[in-house]
Write a protein that binds this ligand. Structure first.
Ligand SMILES: Cc1ncc(COP(=O)(O)O)c(C=O)c1O
Length: 363
């Protein structure tokens, strides 16, 4: 997190400790309210289409579980779908008698938009895909998927968790009805933050799967009134310190400029891939034609957990992606646990060079 994000969180927490939680919220109400404009501005939405959430998963689930889907409706998804989303498909498929169908990937490994279009019919109740999967550099053609969903008038739920903060995210271009994202990844915000975008025409009809007296004030003994905005998906109690941090993180990204960020991370990830290719023991595992700043690879004979540990001791932070987080893709490609390097704009070519030099020593 940038210093100003940490400051925003810490300052709000200190204020709470000095004057109390309710009072701190009241004193900071204008700035806290501004976070909705900041999020909306960052993704080309309107402020009433934004709900602030505690993570991307909860945001995604709120949209998914609110959607009315009649029995035998088809849910179309992608091979790189994220585990949390897929288990929710399984859950609703069992509960509501729905059919999950996985749109095949094209020869490059990205979702095949022509195959998606070919399978559309009146029984499709939802198109729900992950834009950038958890296990690598693939960037699915989210905007092309949006065009198909719109053409057939099918709701489109986009998991943009790993895209927001590393590439331009514009809900009009994407054509999505719902979008979920996290604060803690490329936005450099705090853990425990996320947001949900709900296209405004859905707000007229969509009942949250669960409500409280914030999202739906108790207006008479036998009645509640849903809020008119996307905040009907929120609850009364929240971490305002973390919200302040999320707002500061997005403002920080906007100050740098998302196009500049995208160009820089894409350059650094390209450099990283180039360096990794130099070693014959390393196998890049990224699929698709369009790659993002998440570089995934395996190394012959190496135990990923050991590598992460050794690299950590040497001062380099690597991640791993296990098969069960993107099971369909992992099974199809017979992927073991992979290693993951994800440079951000503050990294340098030299740091990446040194990281890979160190990595090679660990093999
Ligand atoms: C593709 C994808 N979607 C959603 C999530 C969940 O995000 P959060 O941890 O904010 O719930 C992740 C986290 O790794 C992810 O990779």
């Amino acid at each position: 997190m940038p210093d100003r994000v940490v400051d925003a969180i810490v300052n709000h927490t200190i204020l709470e400790s000095q004057i109390g939680g309710y009072e701190a919220q009241a004193r900071q109400s204008v700035a806290l309210d501004q976070v909705y404009d900041t999020v909306a501005g960052h993704i080309g939405a309107k402020r009433h289409e934004i709900a602030l959430m505690e993570n991307a998963t909860v945001a995604w689930c709120h949209a998914f579980y609110a959607l009315p889907l009649k029995a035998k409706s088809r849910i179309l998804t992608c091979e790189a779908e994220y585990a949390a989303n897929y288990v929710a498909f399984l859950h609703r498929a069992k509960r509501d008698d729905l059919i999950i169908e996985v749109v095949p990937s094209d020869a490059t490994g990205a979702l095949d938009v022509a195959a998606l279009e070919a399978t559309m019919d009146e029984n499709v109740g939802l198109v729900a895909i992950t834009w950038i999967p958890t296990n690598g550099g693939l960037v699915n053609p989210a905007a092309d998927v949006g065009k198909v969903a719109r053409k057939y008038n099918v709701p489109y739920l986009l998991d943009a968790c790993q895209a927001v903060g590393q590439m331009r995210t514009d809900v009009e271009t994407l054509g999505c009805d719902f979008l979920s994202a996290t604060g803690r990844k490329f936005l450099r915000g705090p853990r425990g933050t996320g947001f949900l975008y709900v296209r405004d025409h859905w707000l007229e009809t969509l009942e949250p799967a669960m409500i409280d007296h914030f999202g739906a004030p108790w207006t008479a003994r036998d009645r509640y009134q849903l809020r008119e905005d996307a905040r009907r998906f929120e609850t009364w109690e929240n971490s305002y310190a973390l919200r302040a941090g999320l707002g500061a993180a997005i403002e920080y990204a906007d100050t740098i400029g998302i196009d500049k960020i995208e160009a820089r991370v894409s350059h650094l990830a390209g450099f990283c891939r180039e360096q990794l290719r130099q070693n014959s023991k390393i196998n890049l595992r990224d699929i698709g034609n369009h790659h993002c700043a998440i570089v995934s690879f395996t190394a012959d004979g190496a135990n990923p957990a050991d590598i992460v540990d050794k690299m950590g001791k040497a001062g380099f932070v690597l991640g791993t992606s296990c098969a069960s987080s993107t099971r369909l893709d992992a099974e199809r490609r017979k992927l073991p646990t992979m290693l993951r390097i994800a440079p951000h704009y503050y990294n340098t070519e030299e740091e990446i060079f040194r990281a890979i030099e160190q990595l090679v020593k660990c093999l």
